[in-house]
Design a protein. Structure first.
Length: 94
């Protein structure tokens, strides 16, 4: 019975962000869900510094990695050099 319930669960997209981005995501979420009705979105919100520390740890350990993470522009170079980010311009994302 538990296996059937798990198989029927909708796909979940985990998004990690900090408060300013959370507001933007929450505002856009109703329209996004109209386009993707079968996808559950979980927003993991942390304060600005805690968020970037958690994302650094997640990327270096491959533990608790979100599907999508918000990054402040000053962190993008540092995170991309570490090789933990996916290039969304490439297949299968393009």
């Amino acid at each position: 019975m538990a296996l059937a319930a798990r198989a029927a669960a909708p796909p979940r997209l985990t998004l990690a962000a900090f408060p300013l981005v959370d507001e933007i995501v929450r505002a856009a979420l109703p329209q996004w869900k109209q386009l993707h009705p079968g996808v559950d979105v979980q927003i993991v919100s942390r304060q600005y510094a805690d968020h970037h520390t958690a994302m650094t740890t997640a990327l270096s350990t491959s533990v608790y990695l979100p599907d999508v993470m918000a990054l402040e522009s000053t962190y993008v170079g540092r995170f991309s050099q570490g090789g933990g980010l996916e290039d969304l311009r490439q297949a299968p994302f393009d």
